[in-house]
Design a binder for this molecule. Structure first.
Ligand SMILES: C[S@@+](CC[C@H](N)C(=O)[O-])C[C@H]1O[C@@H](n2cnc3c(N)ncnc32)[C@H](O)[C@@H]1O
Length: 295
């Protein structure tokens, strides 16, 4: 969990202030074009919906409904609720640092008729959770852990033999401090959109020591060790474990600027997705997907 109690409290309070309505158009995950591109990368199917590609891949790999699943850093539990509703998992245990998000997860589960199958707890899963599970899922939350080795060792330990570990996460620069080539690439995409559509979108700023410290202060849990995730996966799941790069460099850096500025059918959204696809083809990616079965 966060390295100390003060950091865990600060991270929880940061995320308490970020409980959004599911339909808000805030970033790449609110855009069907973006999630379609993401899902195609994960499972080969061009279908819209945040994390739907992961559910399709998991259901195909497991070939049966899994009994109990666990998710740390589950937020409002939208992805976990979908696992229940799609009958991919029978019950879900969620862990959060944010009281407000855990409460929202319970509220949405009740409203969706799966409240009896979803538990949302607030605290330190690594010390408090002793159960065993058929699924451990990390969805854009593993990169929030301060100790990736601890998180992965715990994940393997909590899994029943034959159980599945699913990781759909951010592998990019620590603390979201973009590299110079990423900043240049993304500002080039913004130039293209501004020229074509007469907009004046804000530009991506170069990272420096101040922006890094500001990010750590703002949310201590934000990507402290994201660059270490790939190597940790090899150590804990075996060197042959495949991490599928699914793109995301452009979506991640520009999603919050471009998606709220245009409606879904605007050509600027297609430009955003095309730029992400091109960046992936050049070997640039932030998001990766791994599915691993415990022997
Ligand atoms: C980027 S959000 C992702 C939420 C959700 N998985 C999703 O994809 O919508 C990261 C979440 O991790 C939670 N978090 C951060 N550090 C945590 C920790 N050590 N233990 C549990 N949750 C944590 C935050 O409160 C936040 O809700």
């Amino acid at each position: 969990m966060a390295t100390n109690n003060a950091e865990a409290t600060a991270a929880g309070q940061f995320w308490d202030r970020r409980v959004r309505a599911a339909g808000d158009r805030v970033n790449w995950w609110s855009s069907d074009a973006c999630t379609t591109h993401y899902n195609r990368g994960v499972c080969g199917q061009a279908v819209p919906g945040n994390s739907l590609g992961c559910r399709i891949a998991l259901a195909a790999a497991a070939g049966r409904t899994l009994g109990r699943g666990i998710s740390v850093g589950a937020g409002a539990g939208d992805k976990e609720r979908a696992l229940l509703k799609d009958a991919i998992v029978g019950e879900m245990q969620l862990w959060e640092l944010s009281e407000a998000r855990a409460a929202e997860a319970r509220r949405r589960a009740e409203a969706d008729g799966v409240g009896d199958r979803l538990k949302a707890r607030v605290g330190n899963a690594f010390t408090e959770e002793t159960g065993s599970f058929d699924l451990v899922t990390w969805d854009h939350s593993l990169h929030h852990m301060p100790d990736i080795d601890q998180a992965l060792a715990w994940s393997v330990e909590r899994l029943n033999p034959g159980g599945w570990l699913m990781i759909n996460d951010y592998f990019g620069p620590n603390r979201l401090q973009w590299r110079r080539d990423e900043v240049n690439l993304c500002n080039g995409v913004l130039d293209e959109i501004d020229r074509a559509h007469g907009t004046r979108l804000r530009r991506v700023r170069q990272s420096n020591i101040i922006t890094r410290l500001r990010m750590k202060h703002r949310d201590p849990s934000e990507a402290p060790q994201s660059e270490a995730i790939a190597a940790a996966i090899a150590r804990h799941l075996g060197p042959a474990t495949h991490i599928k790069p699914v793109g995301g460099t452009v979506l991640n850096i520009l999603g919050g600027i471009v998606v709220p500025a245009f409606p879904e059918d605007h050509p600027a959204i297609a430009t955003l997705v095309a730029a992400d696809r091109d960046a992936l083809a050049q070997g640039q990616w932030h998001f990766g997907f791994t599915l691993w079965q415990k022997p």
